[in-house]
Design a binder for this molecule. Structure first.
Ligand SMILES: *Cc1c(COP(=O)(O)O)cnc(C)c1O
Length: 390
C-alpha cells in the first residue's frame, strides 16, 4: 500500500466536538466501525441486526419493530412521511423551532396538505391548543419535534399521546436529538412513530436513521394509496426486518457501531445515562448563568441534550463560536435560522462526564472576556462545580 495523502482535513490537536450533533464518538464505537466487512445476507449480519434491535427497544421504550435506514435523520423523516401519508392528505405540524419547520417542509414537498401550528420559539407546544386544532380537522398525522435542537425545548409527548390515542391521527415524533439522552416511552405514551438518527445522543457517526412504528402505524404503511417510494418503502423494510434483514444493502459498519454504542448504554444502564445527561446539562446551565449567559428558553421542559444560551447584549454569537474554535479548537454551534447571532448552542450528548462541561465553561469564560464581556474569574466553573457537588 502506498502512503496515504496528507490528511490536511485532520482536526487540530485538542479538537473538541461540542455540537448538538454530530457528537464525539467513543473509542469502542469507532473501533466497531473498523471491523472486517461481512455478508449482509449472512448469519453474522442477521445476528447483529437482531441484537441491535433488541438493544434499541428499551431506549425507545417500545416493543415495536424498528426500521434502520442508510441516511441521516432528515432521510428518516422524509421516509416516514412518504410511508404514512397519501397525496393531499391533511397533516398537522406542531412546530416549535427549526426542526418543526423542516417536518412541515418535507410534508409539503411530498404533496401532503400541511397545516402548521406555530408555537413561539423557546416555548413548548401547548397540548390544549393542539387538542383544539385536532378536533377541527381530520388529520392523518400530528408531527412534533421531541427535543427541539434549535431552542432547547422538550415537547410533552405523553400529553400529546393522550390527544391522538383514540383518533385516526398518528402521533409522529422527531427524536433525532433526544433519543438516548432524554426519556422516551413510546408505547406507554402512545407515540406511533419515533424517528431518530445515529449522530446525536446515540454517539455514532452520522449516516444511520431509525424509525420504530406502532401497530397502527404499520397498518397505515400497508395502505395502497400512499405516496410513491422505493428505497424508502417501509412495506419492504418491515417484511425484511422480520428476518433480521434489510431490503437493500445496509450500512453494515454503522450498525456495528450502533450496536456497540447501545451496549455502552446498556452497561451503564439507561436510567443512569439519562440522569447523567440531565445533570451535565444542568451544570452547564448553572455555569452559563453565572457568566451572564441566560438560557434561551424559559420553558420548564428543558433539554438534557442541548443547552441554548442567549448571546449577551453587544456580542455576536458568531464571534463566540469562531473564537472557541480558534483559541481552543472547540466546536460549538450558533444558529442557522432566525436566531442567527443571538444564540449559541452546546451539545450534551453521548459519553460525556463532568470534565467536558467544566472545560466548556473555562473556555467560554476566556472567550467572553476576550470579547469584552465582564466575567469574574472562575465564575462559571465554580457555579457548575457547586451544582455538581450539591
Ligand atoms: C439533527 C436533527 C435532525 C436531523 O438532521 P440530519 O442532519 O438530517 O441528521 C432532525 N431533527 C432534529 C431535532 C435534529 O436535531
Amino acid at each position: 500500500m502506498t502512503a496515504l495523502p496528507d490528511a490536511s482535513f485532520a482536526p487540530p490537536p485538542g479538537y473538541r466536538l461540542r455540537l448538538p450533533g454530530p457528537t464525539e464518538v467513543p473509542e469502542a464505537v469507532r473501533a466497531a466501525l473498523g471491523r472486517p466487512m461481512i455478508n449482509h445476507r449472512g448469519p453474522e449480519f442477521r445476528a447483529l441486526l437482531a441484537a441491535t434491535e433488541e438493544l434499541v427497544r428499551p431506549v425507545l421504550g417500545t416493543r415495536n419493530p424498528v426500521v434502520f435506514l442508510a441516511g441521516s435523520g432528515t432521510a428518516a423523516m422524509e421516509a416516514t412521511l412518504a410511508n404514512i401519508l397519501a397525496p393531499g392528505e391533511r397533516v398537522l405540524v406542531a412546530s416549535h423551532g427549526q426542526f418543526g419547520e423542516r417536518f412541515a417542509e418535507i410534508g409539503r414537498c411530498l404533496g401532503a396538505e400541511v397545516e402548521v401550528l406555530d408555537f413561539t420559539w423557546g416555548e413548548a407546544p401547548d397540548p390544549a391548543v393542539i387538542g383544539a386544532k385536532l378536533r377541527e380537522g381530520d388529520y392523518g398525522a400530528l408531527l412534533v419535534t421531541h427535543n427541539e435542537s434549535s431552542t432547547g425545548v422538550v415537547a410533552d409527548l405523553e400529553a400529546l399521546g393522550r390527544l391522538t390515542r383514540d383518533t385516526r391521527t398518528l402521533l409522529v415524533t422527531d427524536s433525532v436529538s433526544g433519543l438516548g439522552g432524554i426519556e422516551m416511552r413510546q408505547d406507554e405514551w402512545g407515540v406511533d412513530i419515533v424517528v431518530s438518527a445515529s449522530q446525536k445522543a446515540l454517539m455514532c457517526p452520522p449516516g444511520l436513521g431509525l424509525v420504530s412504528l406502532s401497530e397502527r402505524a404499520r397498518a397505515r404503511v400497508q395502505r395502497n394509496e400512499g405516496m410513491p417510494r422505493f428505497f424508502f418503502d417501509f412495506r419492504k423494510a418491515l417484511a425484511a426486518a422480520e428476518k433480521h434483514e434489510t431490503p437493500f444493502t445496509p450500512n453494515v459498519s454503522h450498525l456495528a457501531a450502533l450496536h456497540t454504542a447501545l451496549r455502552l448504554i446498556e452497561t451503564e444502564t439507561l436510567p443512569k445515562v439519562l440522569a447523567r445527561h440531565h445533570r451535565l446539562a444542568e451544570a452547564l446551565r448553572a455555569g452559563g448563568a453565572a457568566m451572564g449567559l441566560a438560557e434561551f428558553t424559559k420553558a420548564p421542559r428543558r433539554s438534557s441534550t442541548v443547552v441554548v444560551f442567549e448571546v449577551p447584549a453587544g456580542l455576536e454569537g458568531g464571534d463566540i463560536v469562531r473564537l472557541m474554535y480558534q483559541r481552543h479548537a472547540t466546536v460549538i454551534a450558533g444558529a442557522r435560522n432566525r436566531l442567527q447571532g443571538r444564540v449559541i448552542r452546546i451539545g450534551v450528548m453521548g459519553g460525556h462526564d463532568e470534565g467536558t462541561v467544566l472545560t466548556d465553561l473555562v473556555q467560554l469564560e476566556s472567550v467572553l472576556r476576550e470579547l469584552g464581556h465582564a466575567v469574574s474569574p472562575g465564575a462559571g466553573v465554580s457555579a457548575a462545580a457547586a451544582f455538581l457537588a450539591g
